[in-house]
Design a binder for this molecule. Structure first.
Ligand code: ATP
Length: 215
């Protein structure tokens, strides 16, 4: 059975921290594809700086370089807040037995209990957590319990069931964030080598992130 990764985010803009994580997990977890799913209106944070169309264009430019990266624009096309649980339900309906791996960074994982219907997420997908510098795995609370019950370090377990396991893994630690990139651009610096040249060209061409209001 094929397995797919689902990597959601604001991607404002996409950078090598996202891309290297997706690339390493594509190989390490033997995924057939990683869906990059930009949120239209992320429920837990302020509105993105760049429009959905610009973020989508940057994602498409970045994903074009790598077979197995698929940009999935369903949250942009959908009305209302961009809930991951809705996306996972749609993907689950398309292939009831296919393993789904929801990919999150450790910082995002720590906020999981604030996500809409968070407990349903683990029934719909495995959760794959990429370590990030400065963030430790929880040992107590609802996420500590989740890890105690569902954690695995075996990739086979992610292929043996469609959902329900939590896999915490190391990826190359790249201390790059979209917030820091936006700040760098607005300060007049060049983001080169922190994101793909094709994305940099779009940022330059459109002038997005030029205003002081990048947060
Ligand atoms: P911002 O600074 O605007 O919060 P971000 O760089 O964290 O943005 P998001 O689009 O919010 O990017 O993140 C999408 C997902 O990618 C989240 O699960 C996040 O944890 C993960 N992620 C972001 N940056 C990295 C990185 N450098 N390494 C690994 N994972 C990352």
């Amino acid at each position: 059975m094929t397995a797919i990764g689902v990597f959601g985010g604001t991607f404002d803009p996409i950078h090598y921290g996202h891309l290297r994580t997706a690339f390493e997990l594509l190989g390490a977890l033997r995924l057939d594809e990683v869906r990059l799913v930009p949120a239209a209106r992320p429920p837990h944070r302020g509105l993105p700086v760049c429009s959905a169309e610009q973020r989508l264009a940057m994602l498409r430019a970045a994903a074009a370089e790598q077979p197995g990266f698929v940009v999935d624009d369903r949250e942009i096309r959908r009305e209302g807040p961009s809930y991951s649980v809705t996306t996972l339900r749609e993907l689950r309906a398309e292939a009831p037995a296919r393993p789904l791996c929801l990919i999150v960074g450790m910082d995002a994982f720590l906020g999981l209990p604030q996500w809409h219907e968070w407990q349903a997420l683990v029934e719909l997908a495995h959760v794959v957590v990429a370590r990030r510098p400065g963030w430790s795995a929880p040992t107590a609370g609802p996420l500590g319990e989740l890890l105690a019950q569902c954690a695995t370090d075996r990739v086979e377990d992610l292929h043996a069931a469609p959902a329900g396991r939590v896999y915490v893994c190391g990826v190359t630690q790249l201390e790059i964030s979209s917030t820091a990139l936006r700040d760098l651009i607005v300060a007049g610096h060049d983001p080169r080598y922190l994101l793909p040249d094709a994305v940099r060209a779009i940022i330059r061409g459109t002038g997005c992130y030029q205003s002081a209001d990048t947060r």
